[in-house]
Design a protein around this ligand. Structure first.
Ligand code: ACO
Length: 349
């Protein structure tokens, strides 16, 4: 079996910059609160009627494809990770495929939220390793800003998220010592409603939660919103911030160590850790727990907020463009998010 390597990488963020002070004009919040709790200074928002999750994905994909030295026609499989798809269905992979003019090949959507890119990388790795595909395009893209609550009620969630996209092209390599060394995926559905966007959904009003966590009393819905859902504003994401924080700071270090130990490596061997940009406080906690130096960790949440499935490829691409990820470097990616899901990937660049 061959190893899979990242042959090309690209990212795209919308032009519109929204600062913390901009948000204070529509909700009761402050630059100080947001920076202190999350590290975020500004984020990008997509332009209505012009941009969407799939169009941002296309822009990132075009860059990744060019840098891989191929054309779109050479791509033989598409994986698209997002929690903010253009449509309820079909997914974004086919929409990206149509825009890129590469109809006919397989197109897969995955729904693993903040862990979407790491899950996607693991899937792509299996396809490339087995020889099934030679140029897998993996995209992580989000447009959060069209689905957030901009009233004060939604401030705990809204201030955190931003829009953007990142993409990579995976190709086989004969060099068994480089490329993706291993991937590690985990999930715990007991926490499904701790960070969730419940409606519209086909839960049919069934009590799906565990005894411990309960489940909000949802009216019977479907792939549509009922009048009561509108009245109760049950159409925004909800997050129990402290529960997320508590699990994230436990699972990030665990899954990073799992990747290193699997490969007989230690934290001192890591040239660059690319954590999912959930919250700067979470990344700093993880860095401290693992005893990593500042130059071993890449953070850019200050500029983009949390871009969920796009955050790792955006951060990885930025680090690579800045010359901080070089041939032979050991790169670790780690994610944690809704589900709860978490995972890591170790790459010899
Ligand atoms: N601006 C001002 N005040 C706010 C805001 C805001 N944007 N949001 C909440 N508050 C207020 C609350 O209303 C509350 O006020 P009260 O004391 O009068 O009731 C107070 O701030 C404290 O609220 P908490 O929710 O307890 O705040 P906490 O200290 O837990 O911080 C935060 C919230 C930042 C979300 C924190 O829990 C956190 O970092 N959690 C991790 C969640 C995370 O990072 N999610 C990212 C997405 S998930 C992922 O990518 C893995």
């Amino acid at each position: 079996m061959k190893n899979a390597k990242i042959a090309g990488i690209g990212y795209y963020v919308p032009e519109k910059i929204v600062t913390n002070n901009d948000l204070t004009k529509v909700m009761d919040t402050s630059d100080e609160w947001i920076q202190e709790r999350t590290g975020i200074k500004e984020r990008r928002y997509a332009e209505k009627h012009k941009e969407s999750t799939s169009t941002l994905g296309v822009k990132a994909a075009e860059i990744a494809i060019e840098r891989a030295g191929i054309t779109a026609a050479d791509v033989d499989f598409i994986i698209f990770a997002t929690l903010s798809p253009d449509y309820y269905f079909p997914g974004c992979a086919v929409l990206l495929q149509r825009q890129m003019g590469i109809q006919g090949i397989g197109a897969l959507d995955i729904r693993n939220q903040c862990s979407g890119f790491v899950y996607g990388l693991s899937i792509a790795d299996q396809f490339v390793k087995t020889g099934m595909y030679k140029n897998v395009l993996l995209v992580g893209s989000e447009v959060h800003s069209f689905g957030l609550d901009f009233s004060t009620k939604g401030r705990n969630v809204t201030v955190i998220f931003g829009d953007g996209a990142g993409a990579v092209v995976l190709q086989p390599t004969d060099d068994k010592k480089s490329g993706i060394l291993s991937t590690h995926l985990h999930a715990d559905g007991d926490y499904a409603e701790k960070l969730a966007y419940l409606n519209p959904g086909c839960h049919g009003g069934v009590h799906l939660g565990t005894e411990e966590f309960g489940y909000p009393d949802q009216e019977f819905g479907g792939a549509y919103l009922t009048e009561k859902m509108w009245q109760d504003e049950q159409y925004y994401p909800n997050m129990e911030g402290q529960a997320v924080f508590k699990m994230a700071v436990q699972k990030f270090p665990e899954v990073i160590m799992e990747a290193l130990q699997t490969n007989g490596l230690e934290t001192k061997d890591v040239d660059m850790l690319i954590p999912h940009q959930a919250n700067l406080r979470i990344s700093q906690f993880v860095q401290k727990r693992l005893g990593l130096r500042d130059d071993q960790v890449w953070n850019n949440i200050q500029k983009y907020g949390n871009t969920t499935a796009a955050s790792i490829p955006i951060a990885l691409c930025e680090a690579w463009e800045a010359g901080k990820v070089k041939d032979g470097d050991l790169v670790c990616m780690a994610a944690f998010g809704s589900g709860f899901t978490w995972g890591s990937a170790l790459i010899r660049w």
